[in-house]
Design a protein around this ligand. Structure first.
Ligand code: MG
Length: 399
């Protein structure tokens, strides 16, 4: 069996996604994949186009060997763009193998270790009462875990966001202005309010989204300790790895990171030193199912559970792969979930079904998902960027 072609779909059904089909010389047999990196979709599409020349003519059944070929081919290996491009191929090869075996991918990974995949979604509001109302409506849908943010300028940095400068040129983002003090003061008040109104039992947590210095993050983790967070998400930037012991010693608030990691080697000291409780790196951004399973196998003896990134930028092909892994591993924690824009459901069929806060895995062979090529072409790519953030003195900050 041989790979004969790789079709790339850079499409914008409500937001940008990179989908692929890996075609084979067996009539009707192909695999679907995805390599979306939010804000960098066109760059990944070009990486996939370049790397596809190396795969054409090879056996799609040799998943590990093809992974190693794609990882090592460039000499300059690693990083999020290459990792997402490899993931696109890896998803497609697992999809092909499932179709050959006439089994869903989760069966190839060892079968169900649970019945369904527990998810969380996002509550936010301009003030604590609005966030409480939003969280209540999410709980009424059946969700057992809710991420809670507060602030009038959007989800991240909360009340620290203090306005914005207009775009420098058309088609580029405005530059938002952020200072941490109001943010640091508002988050413990939010959780005091939520625990008072919603009780202690519902699992609640907060995403810092790298907005703090390590000593500020340590203070926040300590101040949130009485509110029993499920975890504190991205309290540090990945660059601040040496500050995990500071954070760990400040409180017993569980800690999560990893949504912008791109290699299992990024994770090893965090696991072996017991610095974190949840790893957020989804298969899409670490090189696919093959690499993500290896990462979770390393995590397991260190009691680190999965909490895969799953906001709207993790498209439905990747979500299907996340669910196949989540349902089949022993150290599953939780899965992030957001409803996609409506046109996504025209382009992609077989999206995992959400019921009462739990995702259900497809029983179809492979990943159980397909791309309508004509529908994808109806929604051409729209150039976009991630938000730009500055401090009040004009210096650059991170989104
Ligand atoms: Mg996050």
């Amino acid at each position: 069996m041989k790979i004969t072609d790789v079709k790339i779909f850079l499409t914008c059904p409500g937001r940008n996604y990179v989908f692929i089909k890996v075609m084979t010389d067996v009539p009707g047999l192909y695999g679907v994949g995805e390599g979306t990196v939010s804000g960098s979709e066109s760059i990944v599409a070009e990486a996939i186009r370049h790397m596809s020349h190396l795969l054409i003519g090879r056996d799609p059944q040799r998943i590990e060997d093809n992974w190693q070929l794609l990882y090592r081919q460039g000499y300059w290996r690693g990083g999020p763009i290459f990792a997402a491009a490899i993931a696109a191929f890896d998803f497609a090869l697992w999809d092909i193998k499932g179709k050959i075996a006439n089994m869903p991918v989760y069966q190839l990974l060892g079968g169900k270790a649970r019945e369904s995949v527990m998810c969380y979604t996002h509550a936010h509001g301009r003030d604590a009462i609005e966030t409480e109302d939003h969280a209540r409506s999410i709980m009424e849908q059946g969700f057992k875990v809710v991420r809670c943010q507060v602030g009038s300028h959007g989800a991240y940095g909360g009340d620290g966001m203090q306005g914005e400068n207009p775009p420098v040129s058309p088609g580029t983002p405005p530059e938002q202005i952020y200072e941490p003090t109001r943010y640091l003061l508002s988050v413990p008040k939010l959780f005091a309010h939520l625990r008072d109104k919603l009780g202690m039992e519902i699992e609640l947590f907060h995403d810092v989204h790298e907005q703090l210095q390590p000593i500020e993050a340590a203070r926040l983790a300590k101040e949130l300790e009485p509110y029993r967070l499920f975890f504190l998400e991205d309290p540090l930037m990945p660059e601040h790895r040496e500050s995990w012991p500071l954070l760990r010693s400040a409180s017993v608030t569980p800690l999560a990171i990893g949504e912008i990691f791109s290699s299992r080697w990024d994770c090893i000291p965090l696991f072996t030193n017991h610095w974190i409780d949840f790893i957020r790196t989804p298969p899409l951004h670490i090189g696919g199912i093959t690499e993500c399973r290896k990462m979770l196998n390393i995590a397991e003896p260190f009691n680190v559970r999965s909490a895969f990134h799953g906001a709207g930028d993790i498209g439905p092909v990747s979500q299907a792969a996340s669910v196949a892994i989540g349902i089949s591993i022993s150290n599953f924690g939780v899965q992030e979930w957001c409803r996609y824009p409506d046109p996504v459901y025209d382009v992609i069929s077989g999206i995992p079904e959400m019921k009462n806060g739990f995702l259900h895995v497809s029983e179809k062979p492979g990943l159980g998902i397909d791309i309508d090529e004509a529908a994808a072409e109806k929604y051409p790519y729209k150039r976009g960027f991630m938000p730009l953030i500055r401090r009040a003195d004009g210096s650059m900050h991170v989104y």
